[in-house]
Design a protein around this ligand. Structure first.
Ligand code: ADP
Length: 219
């Protein structure tokens, strides 16, 4: 039974990060820490911060590095992250990557997976994507929940995200190329990077991820 891993998932919008991160978290017995889910929870809670974040997110922009680093620093110090975590959506800029190295200095990241799916393929995936409003579970028009857009996991309402419009998606993809892609050489230089082909069935991609991660992480 595998236990624990400190892992970062990179990959453009629609590459399957969220879907695979949830499965990996279950497999390795660690929390799935998704900054997008955390921000959406703040939006749903209607806090003042949530309202400000919603405006940025709906426009396809990025929440400031300072705020995101604070949120992740706090989350990684919670008890359930002591055995490891699957970090999804963070870091998203070089500044966040450098800050993460500081936060994790005593227990460093063990592997960074770059889930690669060509840009031409992801727009369709994202516009077909549907998510549970309550727990964040991911579905699609072609793989819906069993009953009438009600989440299989928690019974919540399954909807399209407000930022999954084509315009916001294109802006997020541009920002990904400009701000997030520089993290690939950043982690390659530290010999932490593993590339995984994200084209294929979710089961095939998952099997590849586990084999790459197990090969990298000394057990
Ligand atoms: P996607 O990968 O499809 O853009 P996420 O759920 O990861 O979706 O993120 C949704 C939105 O939340 C982003 O477009 C951005 O506005 C905000 N966000 C999430 N993580 C970060 C981060 N690390 N830094 C800045 N903004 C973030």
């Amino acid at each position: 039974m595998p236990t624990g891993v400190r892992l970062v998932m990179l990959g453009r919008q629609g590459a399957g990060k969220g879907t695979q991160a949830a499965r990996l978290a279950e497999h390795y017995g660690v929390p799935h820490i998704s900054t997008g889910d955390m921000l959406r929870a703040a939006v749903a809670a209607g806090t003042e911060f949530g309202l400000r974040a919603k405006a940025v997110m709906d426009a396809g922009g990025l929440v400031s590095d300072e705020i995101m680093v604070g949120i992740v620093d706090e989350r990684l110090h919670e008890a359930d992250a002591a055995t490891g975590y699957i970090l999804d959506g963070f870091p998203r800029t070089l500044a966040q990557g450098r800050a993460l190295a500081g936060i994790t200095e005593s227990r460093p990241i063990e592997v960074v997976v770059n889930l690669e799916v060509p840009e031409e393929q992801v727009i369709g995936r994202i516009t077909n994507r549907r998510v549970c409003k309550s727990c964040g579970a991911i579905y699609s028009v072609s793989a819906p929940p069993a009953s009438d857009w009600t989440c299989d996991r928690c019974g919540g309402e399954v909807v399209q995200r407000d930022d999954d419009t084509e315009e916001a998606v294109r802006k997020r993809l541009d920002l990904y190329a400009a701000e997030t892609l520089p993290l690939v050489p950043f982690y390659a230089e530290q010999d932490l990077l593993a590339e995984v082909d994200g084209v294929g069935s979710p089961d095939d991609v998952f099997a590849q991820l586990v084999s790459v991660i197990d090969a990298r992480v000394a057990r």
